[in-house]
Design a protein around this ligand. Structure first.
Ligand code: 0RA
Length: 649
């Protein structure tokens, strides 16, 4: 007994030390203490509820953002166990909530995530919360415990009877840890939407109590539920693309405890959109599951086409890329012990998964082609077209790239280059229009800032065939000015950035709807053809001011309506009689060179947004909606959000 007591004390100290470690180095547990880390707290709790769903015990998860940015996550799972933990001599609830990595001690026999930043446990959320309250409905009883910075402030209190089951966790992120504690509705909604497609049958609701509707006093809210799962996910992504076949090809299978689910659709576009998940986590860098999928697609389509003589007239080899052009695929696997690797731990490493996915997809795809010969024919025709276009594109590209080598320096005439030859300190401004380009040229610091004016609306890359891209003057200029080239390796295109001439590439457009449309076009181009530069963090968007506020000799710039009001209030307290004058900048051209330098180009003062596709999926959706064939959703979208609503800039 006395030994038990001392154990209890030692374990308590261990628990405290664990929580202290989380508070000391939060980034080690949740990635960062920026908004991403802040949102990670929600995912940590939601992941636990999803585990309950995967174990077959939960079909509803509610997330509520309260007025003070505290969050409630409520599920109807089994509820966190509340009985006495034999060894620790305290409620299992307290153990789960306060002991680092305690989750694993309770065999939940679902797919646990061992890599990346997921699965660090709710105790981390608790440690990083100023306040947390756990309410459990289990076996007819309600139990409540509260905590501050991970330390219990109450016992596990029995709080009446209940006829429901589930867990309710409310937490307020600790302001002394997080830079901001403002939750973003869109960020939470996007992930909950994704989770609804990945977990069909589960209903996820998001309520935002910070936004009350004037009409009826209800809160902003949204509910996601999908019966069709990945099939509906593909439809959502391809909302504004034209499908080639009526229904997505759908694969579901299981082998050696690995569950495989895939949905694939062909559309009339020229881009490949592929999204992959492991245990509901987005694997941005792909991995063995994606390799398995590609292997099956290549193998089965090639065999089918050859057996049926469909490639007989072809004079060149089909490459893997040709099978995937204009396709959208989602690959979701559930793996018991996933190993993650890669730069951002976003790549699945388990080698056994390649074969499993390849077999599951191969079997079903083979059947599909045999049973739907006319659809198979349609797809193969498209593949042949893609291969032909790829050859044309390669020729066009080689011509452009060869020409650059032949014409001396090879730099475009429109480029006003900087004098520095060190890419690390060099910047290039892609400026809308020759006149703004001229102003930027006068205003810049020519030592490290280069200017490339782009004329009018550059090519709409979503619609264009690839070879057209290389015929476009503005796009050729961009390739040569940046010093990057597209190369083919094993039939796959890769961007060679070894000779990248500027580490900062700044898109500078007018601060109006037109300007924002043009920067979206430029961004789409980077997204499609130079994604590596976005992922490497080379792409930025300049933020010119919206207003110049003047009163007498006082002068200041404002980047938002709010700032403008603030400046006007401050200025008008002065004694002179001059009235406040406001100049609204509609275009870059309205500023003179000094003003443009001061507000938008001077590294000391300017605001640059680094383009960071935290959510490639939403970006892809937005881009195709903005640039796709279907006009109505695009119109509506542009009118609603002149900016890049879902792309983190
Ligand atoms: C430990 C064990 C079991 C469930 C949970 C924790 C659990 C944690 C959370 C966090 C949010 N919602 C949750 N729901 C459940 C298994 C319980 C059992 O075997 O009955």
């Amino acid at each position: 007994m006395s030994e038990d007591k001392s154990n209890y004390g030692a374990d308590n100290i261990q628990a405290l030390e664990g929580l202290e470690a989380v508070r000391k180095r939060p980034a080690m547990y949740i990635g960062a203490t920026d908004t991403k880390g802040l949102h990670h707290l929600v995912w940590e709790v939601v992941d636990n509820s999803i585990d309950e769903h995967l174990a077959g015990h939960c079909d509803m998860i509610d997330v509520i953002i309260h007025k003070d940015n505290s969050i409630t996550v409520k599920d109807n799972g089994r509820g966190i166990p509340t009985g006495m933990h034999a060894k620790l001599q305290k409620s299992a609830l307290e153990v789960v909530m306060t002991v680092l990595h305690a989750g694993g001690k309770f065999d939940k026999d679902t797919y646990k995530v061992s890599g990346g930043l997921h699965g660090v446990g709710v105790s981390c959320v608790n440690a990083l919360s100023e306040y947390l309250k756990a309410t459990v409905h289990r076996e007819g009883q309600i139990f409540i415990q509260e905590y501050a910075k991970g330390i219990p402030t109450t016992a596990v209190m029995p709080s009446g009877e209940t006829d429901i089951r589930g867990t309710i966790i409310t937490f307020l992120p600790d302001r002394t840890i997080f830079e901001f504690i403002e939750y973003k509705f869109e960020t939470l909604a996007n992930r909950l939407r994704e989770l609804s497609y990945l977990n069909s049958g589960l209903t996820l609701t998001l309520v935002d109590e910070r936004e009350e509707k004037e009409e009826d006093g209800t809160f902003r809210s949204t509910t996601f539920h999908s019966e069709g799962g990945l099939r509906e996910f593909v439809k959502y992504i391809d909302e504004s693309r034209t499908p080639l076949i009526e229904k997505p090809i759908y694969v579901k299978g299981k082998e050696e405890n690995v569950e495989v689910e895939v949905a694939m659709q062909y559309n009339t576009s020229y881009t490949e959109s592929i999204y992959s998940f492991v245990n509901n986590i987005n694997t941005r860098e792909g991995g063995t599951h994606v390799s398995g999928f590609r292997r099956a697609v290549n193998r089965v389509f090639t065999k089918y086409a050859e057996d049926n003589g469909l490639f007989s007239k072809l004079k060149f080899k089909i490459s893997g890329e040709d099978f995937r052009e204009g396709s959208t695929a989602i690959i979701s696997v559930k793996v018991p012990e996933p190993q993650f690797k890669g730069q951002t731990k976003g790549e699945l490493g388990n080698s056994e998964v390649t074969g499993i996915v390849s077999r599951c997809v191969g079997d079903i795809l083979k059947h599909y082609l045999e049973e739907n010969p006319s659809l198979a024919r349609k797809i193969i025709d498209k593949v042949i077209l893609a291969a032909t276009a790829r050859h044309a594109a390669r020729k066009a590209r080689e011509m452009v790239q060869r020409k650059n080598v032949l014409t001396g320096s090879g730099l475009p005439g429109k480029l006003s280059d900087c004098s520095s030859k060190d890419p690390a300190e060099s910047e290039i401004f892609l400026v809308e229009g020759d006149s703004a380009g001229g102003t930027a040229k006068q205003g810049r610091d020519r030592h490290f800032q280069a200017i490339l004016p782009l004329r009018g609306k550059i090519l709409n890359v979503e619609k264009a065939m690839e070879h057209k891209i290389y015929e476009n003057e503005e796009i050729k200029n961009m390739f040569t000015a940046l010093g990057v080239s597209i190369e083919e390796k094993d039939g796959e295109r890769i961007l060679n950035t070894e000779k990248l001439r500027y580490h900062k590439i700044v898109i500078m457009c007018d601060a109006d709807v037109d300007g924002s449309h043009i920067s979206t076009l430029i961004l789409t181009f980077f997204f499609r053809y130079m994604k590596e530069l976005i992922l490497n963090g080379n792409i930025y968007i300049a933020a010119p001011p919206l207003y110049l506020v003047r009163r007498g000799k006082q002068e200041a710039y404002a980047w938002s309506e709010e700032q403008r009001k603030e400046l006007m209030d401050n200025f008008s307290t002065g004694k002179d009689d001059n009235s406040v004058k406001i100049q609204r900048y509609k275009g870059l051209g309205e500023m003179n060179a000094d003003q443009l330098w001061e507000t938008t180009m001077d590294p000391e003062f300017r605001i640059l947004h680094r383009v960071n596709i935290t959510d490639a999926l939403e970006a892809d959706h937005v881009f195709s909606m903005l640039m796709g064939d279907e006009v109505p959703p695009r119109r509506a979208f542009i009118e609603e959000n002149a900016k890049y609503a879902n792309i983190d800039v």
